[in-house]
Design a protein. Structure first.
Length: 179
């Protein structure tokens, strides 16, 4: 019998001072059995750091033709393609041709992620940010995950301050370009 996804709920207080975004979404995040907690935390952070009207999680691992997070306009057109982890160059190329904006959030070594794209065709690669966090940050956050979570995330001057279930964390938000 195949295992189903585990649903995690996050009551989020989001204050992104850098972008002027202040929201309090309640998010239901499905974690597929083959997905690590670190990947799920990175998906959650990508969602919060990219938060805007029309943002949504895709079907996850089951949706091989969509990114982890996407933004659609009122007509249903994908306006932002947000990958998580270490997507291959072909996925980035496809996303950059379909959406106005593409971003990659990773919990892995960003130098190794970017090296895998070297010399490969990626549409508008110079416009695609590769976003990462301080080493150990994502794993430390993943260690305090529960099925029901209370989270406060404040972003100011490209630094994130996170409180999750009573534990506090902080990290710089590092950004480089894919191309």
């Amino acid at each position: 019998m195949a295992l189903g996804a585990t649903i995690h709920t996050f009551d989020v207080q989001l204050a992104d001072v850098d972008r002027g975004v202040y929201e309090n979404p309640t998010l239901r995040v499905a974690r597929h059995p083959s997905e690590t907690d670190a990947f799920m935390v990175t998906r959650l952070l990508a969602y919060c750091l990219e938060y805007e009207e029309g943002i949504d999680f895709s079907e996850g691992i089951a949706a091989t033709d969509e990114p982890a997070v996407l933004v659609r306009d009122l007509t249903g057109r994908v306006t932002a393609w947000i990958e998580v982890g270490a997507p291959d160059a072909e996925r980035l190329h496809r996303g950059a041709r379909l959406a106005d904006r593409v971003a990659v959030y990773t919990h892995r070594d960003p130098a190794k992620v970017a090296a895998a794209w070297a010399g490969k065709k990626i549409h508008r690669a110079e416009e695609i940010p590769l976003v990462s966090f301080d080493p150990g940050f994502v794993d430390d956050v993943a260690a305090v995950l529960e099925r029901r979570n209370t989270m406060t995330l404040s972003i100011t001057e490209r630094h994130a301050y996170l409180e999750l279930n009573g534990s506090s964390f902080s990290t710089a938000i590092h950004e480089q370009r894919a191309g």
